[in-house]
Design a protein around this ligand. Structure first.
Ligand SMILES: Cc1cc2nc3c(=O)[nH]c(=O)nc-3n(C[C@H](O)[C@H](O)[C@H](O)COP(=O)(O)OP(=O)(O)OC[C@H]3O[C@@H](n4cnc5c(N)ncnc54)[C@H](O)[C@@H]3O)c2cc1C
Length: 442
């Protein structure tokens, strides 16, 4: 592989994160080598030759700023995000969501990157970072090629994980606490779990709907890799009417003031503030709409707000809190950065934001000799700070209001939409300060 000049920044992977990162660096005057293995080598999910490919849904989620992902998009537009501004140009009607024509979108981003005078495209798979001189940004995504994975595993050792399932996450303020109580099995432990109770008739209705629920059709590679180690809840349910009651819905040892239940789902807090809860053992391959419909049959979740749906796919990411500094800079080598889903953010928009953020940090580091920090009052800050928090069970996270610093809002504004509008108004002012902190006063 060819050696490159030390003054050039090498971005590896031209997906959502790599495209955004390369653009942000190039517009700041850096010469960028953008490495992409497509179309010579395609991951199991990528199909297009162009960059910035949306591998599954064509939706970039909700467009309103009262939604966390909508707010993140709005913040990114203020930061001149190529991926979001181009998405607006390629939008197709999708109700309250921002959806794009996938092919038009990928081509539009690709054309802009190829036309940029500071960007050189190198059509290669990178499998060894030591063969490239200068700063390197690893943005190879959840389906990082095997060659690069092997390299990273050897380099980063135990810090690179394979992750194949995620349970849904709900916001604490949407749970009905009349049907849930805190407590550990047999009263042991620190009452860390929130137990959602079900009576027999409720369980039966839930079971019937679950086994008939509509699932996402798995790609061949997923079928091969998932079912060996991790069973989706709907597959477990299909094995017998009581199977779940011996697994994630086991009621024994979970009583509330002496009352016993037919089935109990345990929720585990996802963050220190206990604003988010994970449906333990409910990794699933159900379609998102079906997750909402069927899991909301659990009485405590009847009005639950799903901040992240369960997903099942191969997912490679580094243990960011352990191996990366702020700015997604590799702790052992200040010339190596990470961006995108490989840092533990999840979703198209979040991955693009990660690419943008890493570019800002590289620019800041080169100018100031240190990394910048930001508070969690913007969705941008909340997300990048989340993946730096030391967490023994680090799991990917997408944009949601549960990770935002909302201390000044929680008790003063009771109406949820008003509160979300308040978060958005503040964040869209705050993001100007974030931009100034990275760029300096103009
Ligand atoms: C099957 C599947 C379905 C998904 N569905 C959704 C969804 O519906 N909605 C959603 O928001 N998110 C979805 N995601 C998550 C989505 O992949 C990420 O949110 C997003 O695409 C990640 O962006 P990224 O830039 O980190 O990686 P990617 O967009 O995957 O980009 C990585 C790029 O790096 C290239 N590459 C990989 N290895 C090398 C190498 N060694 N050398 C050079 N180039 C390399 C790849 O070809 C690719 O172009 C899905 C993920 C998967 C795997």
């Amino acid at each position: 592989m060819k050696k490159v000049n030390n003054n050039i920044i090498n971005v590896i992977g031209a997906g959502l994160a790599g495209s955004e990162c390369a653009y942000q660096l190039a517009k700041r005057g850096y010469k960028v080598n953008l490495y992409e293995m497509k179309p010579k080598k395609m991951s199991p999910a990528h199909e297009l030759e162009d960059f910035c490919e949306l591998v599954c849904s064509n939706s970039l989620k909700n467009a309103n700023v009262t939604n966390a992902c909508g707010l993140l998009k709005a913040e990114m537009r203020k930061m001149d995000s190529i991926t979001m501004l181009t998405a607006d140009e390629c939008a197709v009607p999708a109700g309250s969501a921002l959806a794009v024509d996938r092919e038009v979108y990928a081509k539009a981003v690709t054309d802009k990157l190829k036309a940029h005078e500071n960007i050189t495209i190198i059509n290669e798979e990178v499998t060894d970072l030591s063969t490239i001189e200068g700063i390197k940004v690893v943005a190879t995504g959840p389906l990082t090629s095997d060659g690069m994975q092997d390299y990273l595993k050897a380099e980063i050792d135990e810090f690179l994980y394979f992750y194949d399932a995620a349970s849904p996450i709900v916001s604490a303020d949407s749970i009905d606490f009349d049907r849930a109580f805190f407590g550990d099995r047999y009263g042991k432990g620190d009452a860390d779990y929130l137990n959602c109770t079900m009576r027999k008739d409720e369980y039966m209705e839930f079971f019937e709907n679950l086994i008939a629920g509509e699932t996402v059709i798995l790609k061949d590679f997923e079928k091969k890799e998932i079912f060996e180690g991790c069973m989706p809840i709907e597959v477990m349910a299909s094995r017998g009417i009581d199977t779940m009651r011996f697994g994630p819905l086991k009621p024994v040892g979970l009583t509330d003031s002496g009352e016993r239940y037919y089935a109990v789902l345990q929720l585990r807090s996802e963050n220190a503030d206990k604003t988010l809860f994970n449906l333990v053992g409910f990794q699933t391959n159900l379609k998102f709409g079906e997750q909402k419909r069927i899991f909301s049959m659990i009485p405590a979740l009847k009005n639950a707000e799903f901040v992240r749906y369960g997903v099942m796919h191969r997912n490679t990411f580094v243990n960011s809190p352990k191996v990366l500094n702020a700015g997604c800079q590799y702790k052992k080598d200040e010339n190596i950065y990470f961006a995108g889903q490989i840092t533990g953010v999840e979703g198209y928009v979040e991955s693009a934001l990660s690419g943008l953020y890493t570019a800002l940090q590289i620019d800041y580091f080169l100018k100031n000799g240190k990394l910048n920090s930001m508070n969690s009052k913007t969705m941008t800050g909340a997300l990048v700070n989340y993946i730096q928090v030391t967490n023994s069970k680090f799991q990917p996270m997408n944009a949601n209001f549960g990770i935002l610093d909302t201390a000044e809002f929680t008790f003063r504004i009771k109406n949820k939409m008003e509160r979300y509008q308040g978060y958005a108004d503040r964040a869209l002012l705050e993001i100007d300060d974030v931009i100034t902190s990275f760029e300096g006063e103009k």
